[in-house]
Design a protein around this ligand. Sequence first.
Ligand code: UTP
Length: 408
Amino acid sequence: MNLAQAKEKLKKYGQEHVLKYYDELSGQEQEAFLKQIEATDMSLLEACKHREDLGQRGVISPLAAMQLPEIEENKEAFTAVGLEAVRAGKIGAVLLAGGMGTRLGSDDPKGMYNVGLTRELYIFECLIHNLLDVVRQADTWIHLFVMTSEKNHEATVSFLQEHEYFGYQAEYVHFFRQEMAAAADYEGRIYLEGKGRLSTSPNGNGGWFISMKNAGLLDLVKKAGIEWLNVFSVDNVLQKIADPCFAGAVISKGCAVGAKVVRKNAPDEKVGVMCLEDGRPSIVEYYELTEELMNARDEKGDPAYYFGVILNYLFRVQDLIGILDQHLPLHIVEKKIPYLNEEGELVKPDEPNGYKFENLVLDMIHQMESCLPYEVVREKEFAPIKNRTGVDSVESARALLQQNGVVL
Ligand code: UTP
């Protein structure tokens, strides 16, 4: 794209201001900037102007979860089915580690956070150790795909290499980068993060399968015979990955996807809950949960929307391939976005100052024909690290790790 074409594109979307410093750039910087302008999907920015149209929901009804007593009763049978699938190489794991972790407030990738007290114990290390439990149990390696973003790719790869993948077999670890999206002020004007660089941020965790495809990894998935992908977040240090009992339950029930869920600890706990939306599996976010839904009861008299998702899903690959050409809804999220001020200096704001544009993995659930919500004991499997202190923090996760016998 040349300058004239860039100007035309920017004019179309009302973004000409980004060329303010263009003449100060070197030839090479100009070229890189034009490339970025060409690659950026600016139609997204238009969505800021009609945000209210984005969150329209269908009719919500309850979706029963498989609860602990039923799981306990069938534990042996489910585990046998799941282990067989792991041993046959049918299950792969996908670590979603492309997020910025802004709430934790560290510039490093979240997985590099040291939760140890008397020794080093990194978040990545906790997760890999959890996966290694299944590797040992099944006596076979499991392909681990790690999603990073342009912002944290190098740091993530070199950290894991330096630590020799915390005992994981290198040939079974595959990195791929997710796509980026422009970040804008509240009027939808793209910020600059450098004189020749638009502010961008990772485009949410919902693009993971498309990004795997773009990275050419579906060939490996096919060649290795992987039929299920267990997607999980980087920040839950008690996360069980490729859990044979969970996999066995989802396979035995013939569902397109399984979602690990925990019983909420209060009706207004801030987690998305499983439901049906217009008859298809779906997730209602906590801020969309009306009083009426919060207090609704199912036919047994139990709270109807009481199982919260913990970002651990087992997707059937053939169903993921089937939805590759479907669009996911766009989420506009208020965030702190570093930007160049009027003086051309980089500012890292303390408060949110604009929007990022994201697709979310939870919306993929609604694209699936069937979903098995699978209850897990939260004290054993849910220790998210979102914040520095307080709820879902380093402190709360440390306490839960200790409760589960992990030496910190
Ligand atoms: P969060 O929703 O907690 O987002 O991600 P975040 O960006 O990591 O953190 P904050 O909101 O800025 O504090 C949930 C999971 O999804 C991954 C994260 O790495 C985490 O595992 N994620 C999120 C991505 O892989 N890519 C993204 O673009 C966003």
